[in-house]
Each structure stands twice: as structure tokens, then as C-alpha cells.
Design a protein around this ligand. Structure first.
Ligand SMILES: Cc1cc2nc3c(=O)[nH]c(=O)nc-3n(C[C@H](O)[C@H](O)[C@H](O)COP(=O)(O)OP(=O)(O)OC[C@H]3O[C@@H](n4cnc5c(N)ncnc54)[C@H](O)[C@@H]3O)c2cc1C
Length: 498
């Protein structure tokens, strides 16, 4: 049996961040990952000469000096990943409009006003609030406050994080994004709402009707605070973090699928599917909450409390993805595109996010070739029928292909296409029922109602997109920081030199 100070299960960005910081702080750390890739939902797979990001592609939080990933890499003393700052974040297409999302907020607002001239004054007023919320959040996040606050230290840090400007956001706390848009008389404008819904679905996993206003406003600002194309893919950052664990004396091991965890004489033990046993004083789970019932004994899971049990039964979005290769993309093709085709809100099967590799990113494809990843939200319930699963997969692939080709004009250049249905997310990334992306950022699940990185069980911690602050590589990085702070008693931001 191997014994370490801290055992971490799951090599997604949450677990990698916790492992990197803890090993750097002198803890003996073992990080175990079930698959043969680092990065989980932000990892990659390879087919011959081609590399495809499995899910996450857009680099958020890598900007200097405040981006959370940037800060973690700095803290660990490892080189920042190779990346390109985007001036155009993405193009958004629907039947009614095409919008270029400029990284520069003022340029973006001017562009939106040209697309929707009849509501331009109201758009400007609304986006002033978006920009202000974005600034306040950026400053709040510097101290990585813990939510929901449980200890005096959490409250102190939360209050210390909030500068005087944060008080201006209090009136929005209980509102949804649609209610705030209503204040600006924008909530009835079909095209503008369709655009906002598309942006929120990708960043918040919720529509404007559901998304908590504070988070939704921040979600609209975040793309303008530094969006990057990551050379090769986000997986390279994940690999750098795993390497940092080893450099600091820790172990980072792939192909170790943990099947059970339990308590034994005041310490935690975990057994993998080959019967190998690992033990530690502290155990960090970087797995979705839906995986806990099968990992833990009934008694331990019951001791976690009703909130954890309820969340473990809560169904969230899954993804259908499509991976492909092009001989060459038409000139000026944006690296990121959102395509909407539904008659109503940008929901299931009505919305997709398309990410193309940068020209001459030979880590992704040789020569002038390019690879792309497309993803769309789908509900896990649609994929429960095993008899129709394969047929449904082929049909969905064909539908998405037709929409993609019609919108992008890539038809002549397309050389291969692969599907990634919910079962693939379950099989390769170990997400129960293929559920990904964390809970929707609604008042029901977010902020004071989110799950904490702390649990009721001594020495057991959670990170990843099931706990505060939710989904995105940047958000789960924050949960990894919280685990690091709780185990070591240190404060990440105080140790920084920025
Ligand atoms: C299609 C899609 C597109 C996205 N796009 C973006 C984007 O562009 N930008 C962005 O910032 N975010 C994006 N996200 C969100 C982001 O990828 C995730 O929120 C984040 O990567 C989740 O990290 P995590 O550490 O919580 O979990 P995961 O990435 O799911 O990692 C968990 C890891 O734990 C391992 N594991 C699970 N169970 C076990 C076990 N029993 N034993 C050992 N190992 C185990 C898994 O194999 C996995 O590697 C996207 C997500 C999806 C699905």
C-alpha cells in the first residue's frame, strides 16, 4: 500500500491544480487519473497525425496578470503555455443575424449596436452594466473567495475581496438575467435575446431566464477579459501541471481507476480496479458529484448530508461532440464560431460551438491541415435507450454535419468526421451518464447554494465543476486553489508576487 499526505483522484484541471500547489508546498501527493490523458473534459485524443480537443478549447483565465491559470503557472514557477490572444473571440450565426464578438468591449458594443440599431441605446446601457460587473468580479476573484462561506475565515476573505463597488451589485443578487434585461427593455427583442441565450448557454449552462443575474452578467463580460487560442490545445497546460507535480516530488499516475474509497483508522483509503491500495491523510475528489454514490460506502455518503445526495441525483447537460479534419480552411475563417438554428431559445440541438485549429498549428494537424471540435448540449435522458443509441448517434452526426457545412462552406475540404455521444463522455472521461460542464449557474445551484469544496467528513475534499464556482477550466482551477488553501492553511493570493 502507498501512503501519502494527500491522495487526489481525477486529473482534470481541478485535481491537477490542487496537486500542483500541494506538492509545491511540500506535501507528499499522489494524483491518480483513470484515463491515459491529462485534462479530462479539457483533454485530447489522437488519431494518427491528428489531435482533437475532446471538449474545452477556448482558453479563459490565461491573461497576465490576473488570469487564474496565469497565476497558478506563475506560482508553480513553470512556463506559461503557448497561446494567441484573440481579437475576435468568435462569430455567432443565426438565421436572423451574424455577430462578431470582438474582444475589445467598446468595439463589441458598437458592433452589436450596428446589428440591432433599433435598440442601440438600450444595448449600450445594458453593456455598461455588463462591463462594470466584469470589472468588479475580476477584482473579487483576485483573492479567490470561498463560497458558500462556512467559517469565519471564509467570511473575512469574502468581505475583504469585495471592494466598495461590489455593493452596487447587491440589487441584482436575486434576479435572473432576463429580469435585468427587462429593466433595459431588452427582454422582448427576439434576436438580441437569442444572442444572449447562446452566450449564456456556453458559459453558464443556463438561459437568460434561468441564469443568476450576477453570474450571467459576468459570463457576458468574461470573453472580453482575455480569451486565448491555446497552441495544440488546453491538454498541454494539463500536461505541464502534471509534470510540475512530479518535479515537486509528487506522483502523477495515469490509468488508475479508483473504484472505492473508505475511511480506516482516521485516514482515507482508495482501491483501484486492479485491487491496488492507496492511503492518505487527506483525500481530494476531482470527480463529478454524480459519481460519489458508487465510489463511497452508503454510510459515508449519507454522512455527507442531504444537499450532496440531492445534487448527486440531479441531472445536468451532456454533450454531443463531432470531431473532424479539413485539408485547408477558407481564408479568414474564425477559430471559434457559435451556430444557432433553432426557432426558439438556443437549446438542445439548436446551438453548437465550433473550434478550429489555428493555421499552421502543426501540433494539431500536419502542414496546412486543420482539425476541429464541435459540441452541442444534449440531455442525458435522450440517450438512455440502448436499442436506438447507435442509430441516434449517426443521425445526430449527420444533422450537425449538414448544419456545419451549410454555415461554414467547409464541404470540399472535409476529410474525416467522428462522433462523441454521451456514452463516450462516460467511457473516456468517467462522467456518469455523460453529464459534463457542472450545474447551471442559476440561483438554485450557484453562489451561496453551490456545493462547497469542504465536506462533512474529516479529511475529504472536493474540487472540479460540481462545486463552487462551477464549470470552465478557470472555475475548477479556483476549486483546486480552495482545496490547497484548506489543507495547508495558507492563502494563495498572499503568496503571490503580483
Ligand atoms: C464540450 C465541452 C466544451 C467545453 N468548452 C470549454 C471551453 O471552451 N473553455 C473552458 O474553460 N471550459 C470549457 N468546458 C468546461 C470545462 O472543460 C470543464 O468545466 C472542466 O474542464 C472540468 O474540469 P474538472 O477537473 O472538474 O473535471 P474533468 O475535466 O471531468 O476531469 C475529471 C477527471 O477525473 C477522472 N476520473 C473520474 N473518475 C475517476 C476515478 N474513479 N478514478 C480516477 N480518475 C477518475 C476522469 O477521467 C477525468 O480525467 C467545456 C466542457 C465541455 C464538456
Amino acid at each position: 500500500m502507498e501512503y501519502t499526505d494527500v491522495l487526489i483522484i481525477g486529473g482534470g484541471f481541478g485535481g491537477l491544480t490542487a496537486a500542483g500547489l500541494l506538492s509545491r508546498a511540500g506535501k507528499s501527493v499522489t494524483l491518480l487519473e483513470a484515463s491515459n490523458e491529462w485534462g479530462g473534459s479539457a483533454g485530447k485524443f489522437r488519431r494518427g497525425d491528428y489531435i482533437y480537443p475532446v471538449g474545452a478549447t477556448l482558453g479563459l483565465g490565461f491573461q497576465e496578470p490576473h488570469g487564474l491559470h496565469y497565476r497558478v503557472f506563475n506560482h508553480l514557477g513553470i512556463p506559461q503555455p503557448e497561446k494567441t490572444l484573440l481579437t475576435t473571440v468568435m462569430d455567432v450565426h443565426s438565421a436572423g443575424f451574424s455577430i462578431r464578438v470582438h474582444a475589445d468591449m467598446d468595439t463589441h458594443i458598437q458592433h452589436l449596436c450596428r446589428v440591432f440599431p433599433e435598440i442601440s441605446d438600450r444595448i449600450q446601457d445594458f453593456y455598461r452594466l455588463v462591463a462594470k460587473t466584469g470589472d468588479i468580479f475580476l477584482s473579487l476573484l483576485k483573492k479567490a473567495p470561498v463560497m458558500p462561506p462556512k467559517t469565519w475565515r471564509d467570511w473575512k476573505s469574502l468581505l475583504a475581496s469585495a471592494d466598495g463597488r461590489a455593493a452596487a451589485l447587491v440589487p441584482y443578487y436575486r434576479k435572473t438575467v432576463t429580469q435585468v434585461l427587462g429593466q433595459f427593455q431588452l427582454d422582448k427583442h427576439y434576436g438580441f435575446m437569442q444572442y444572449i441565450n447562446g452566450q449564456l448557454l456556453d458559459s453558464m449552462q443556463a438561459s437568460a431566464d434561468e441564469a443568476a443575474a450576477l453570474l450571467g452578467l459576468y459570463g457576458l463580460a468574461i470573453y472580453h477579459q482575455g480569451s486565448h487560442y491555446m497552441k495544440g490545445g488546453l491538454y498541454r497546460s494539463a500536461e505541464s501541471l502534471a509534470a510540475a507535480v512530479k518535479t515537486n516530488g509528487g506522483q502523477a499516475v495515469k490509468r488508475r481507476t479508483i473504484e472505492k474509497i473508505y475511511r480506516n483508522n482516521g485516514r482515507w483509503e482508495a482501491v483501484d480496479k486492479r485491487g491496488r491500495l492507496f492511503a492518505a491523510q487527506d483525500l481530494v475528489l476531482n470527480v463529478p458529484v454524480q459519481a460519489l454514490p458508487s465510489l463511497m460506502s452508503d454510510a459515508d455518503f449519507t454522512a455527507m448530508g442531504g444537499k450532496w445526495q440531492k445534487r448527486s441525483r440531479t441531472s445536468i447537460w451532456s454533450a454531443f461532440s463531432m470531431y473532424g479534419t479539413l485539408t485547408e480552411a477558407p481564408a479568414d475563417t474564425p477559430l471559434f464560431q457559435q451556430i444557432m438554428w433553432g426557432p426558439e431559445n438556443a437549446f438542445e440541438k439548436e446551438h453548437m460551438f465550433v473550434s478550429l485549429s489555428e493555421e499552421k498549428d502543426t501540433l494539431r494537424a500536419p502542414g496546412r491541415e486543420r482539425t476541429f471540435t464541435v459540441s452541442t448540449h444534449t440531455s442525458p435522458e435522450r440517450w438512455k435507450n440502448k436499442a436506438s443509441y447507435d442509430e441516434q448517434k449517426q443521425q445526430t452526426l449527420e444533422e450537425l454535419k449538414q448544419i456545419l457545412l451549410a454555415q461554414t462552406g467547409w464541404s470540399g475540404a472535409l476529410t474525416s468526421l467522428l462522433p462523441g455521444a454521451p456514452h463516450a463522455w462516460e467511457h473516456y472521461i468517467h462522467r456518469p451518464d455523460g453529464m459534463v460542464g457542472g450545474f447551471p449557474q442559476t440561483s438554485r445551484y450557484a453562489l451561496f447554494n453551490s456545493l462547497s469544496h469542504r465536506t462533512n467528513l474529516p479529511g475529504l475534499w472536493m474540487c472540479g465543476d460540481s462545486v463552487f464556482p462551477g464549470g470552465s477550466t478557470m472555475a475548477v482551477t479556483m476549486s483546486g486553489i480552495h482545496v490547497y488553501e484548506s489543507i495547508t492553511g495558507s492563502r494563495f493570493y498572499k503568496e503571490e508576487q503580483i
